[in-house]
Ligand binder design. Structure first.
Ligand code: AMP
Length: 213
């Protein structure tokens, strides 16, 4: 099964994907994680991408599309995947359409802007395994031990672009360039909405229902 998780930053796409991939026996593909990996490794692509990412802008389509296609071609994607953060523009969606990949369902996570900003400023990511946490008591999951990943013990870090100033730019960019994808996939009859301002367990359950419904 091949799925797309659509929604603004902080909607819970990555967190929910991490909770359901094992059950579905599919992999999560986050273009943000792939790009951050390239930045960390100091590859040519990473160096080109960094200036856009730090500034809350989208990395140019031609760079991201190539990265995604290479990732999808890997062995572990054969049983299916969740695309988390791709496509983010109409040309990216069209590139997916013209590839051999068939998308079964697109889950659209709906969340108000104020909650996005709150969640994003409290978000922390494991530097080893990319697991997502939140330090605010009203946002889950909180790490059991401060600054440490529950899954692998890795150090939890705040992403450079997870600050209020950059997230506001990312929200503007989302509305301008990514939101049109809602109509694009609605027309294809494969879009399902999920209310993403509920507690995490409810969002996970609603997502599972939306996938099987
Ligand atoms: P994310 O981890 O999904 O929030 O992505 C972090 C940043 O990586 C974004 O703000 C963009 O700069 C870049 N990025 C991730 N996915 C894409 C994409 N599909 N197209 C363009 N840029 C992307």
């Amino acid at each position: 099964m091949n799925l797309i998780f659509l929604g603004p930053p902080g909607a819970g796409k990555g967190t929910v994907a991490q909770r359901i991939t094992d059950d579905l026996n599919i992999v999560q593909i986050s273009t943000g994680d792939l790009l951050r990996g390239a930045v960390k490794e100091g590859t040519e692509l990473g160096m080109k991408a960094k200036k856009y990412m730090d500034n809350g802008q989208l990395v140019p389509d031609e760079l991201v599309i190539g990265l995604l296609k290479d990732r999808i071609a890997k062995e572990d994607c054969q049983n299916g995947f969740i695309l988390d953060g791709f496509p983010r523009t109409i040309p990216q969606a069209e590139a997916l359409d013209t590839s051999d990949v068939k998308i079964d369902k697109v889950i659209n996570f709906n969340v108000p802007d104020e909650l996005v900003i709150h969640r994003i400023t409290g978000r922390r990511i494991c530097r080893e395994c990319n697991a997502v946490y939140n330090i605010y008591p009203d946002c889950d999951p909180n790490p059991t031990e401060e600054g440490k990943c529950d899954k692998c013990g890795g150090e939890l870090l705040q992403r450079e672009d997870d600050n209020e100033e950059v997230v506001k730019k990312r929200l503007v960019q989302y509305k301008e360039q990514t939101e049109p994808l809602i109509g694009f996939y609605k027309e294809k009859g494969i879009l399902a909405d999920v209310k993403a301002d509920n507690p995490l367990d409810e969002i996970v359950e609603d997502t599972k229902k939306a996938i099987s419904g």
